[in-house]
Design a protein around this ligand. Sequence first.
Ligand code: PCA
Length: 204
Amino acid sequence: MPTASTVLVTGFEPFGPHATNPTAEAVALLPERITGARVVTAALPVEYGRCAEAALALIDEHSPDVIVLTGLAAGRTAVTPERIGINVRDTGGVEGFADNAGRAPVDLPIVADGPDGLFSTLPNRAIVAALLAAGIPAEMSATAGTFICNETLYAVLHVLSSAPPPVPLAGFIHVPDTDVLPIGEILRAIRVAVETTVAALETA
Ligand code: PCA
């Protein structure tokens, strides 16, 4: 039964119409340790390519046992662990919308010849149950979209899929905007997700 010594928890910088990003604010408020594990946090850039490079550099530097990537999904009304990352970069459906470097690719792969999809390895069912038990709205999500959050999830899972053991548990959680869930509740949700994943690792 392995014990988590390091947990990497990321949010994202502001993007598009959002002057702030609650995930960057929430991860910066996390305590230095959660259930004994050291907590490393960062706000990732909202740019194709650089988002995943930044996440992978942190993974290289800190060798985390647990990786919880978080991002804002404005319009959602629940905290939503993502089931899968898909091998698609596509910003084309939204008029005038681009990443923070002004790029709006359409129908491109993230990894040429990569698998179509890669599943999160976080204990998503247990996380949803723990969030609901904590009084936080939560449900599983079947799509992280085709923008930066999906790319970061897919690229991290792709690298981990060929990494030597021990491979960290890794996945993505989208959170609603602060008009639906105040920042303190978003912080609590992320903390519950981390605690649940650390506990799952210890009973594995
Ligand atoms: N949400 C966006 C990118 C950054 C973020 O917080 C997304 O869902 O892709």
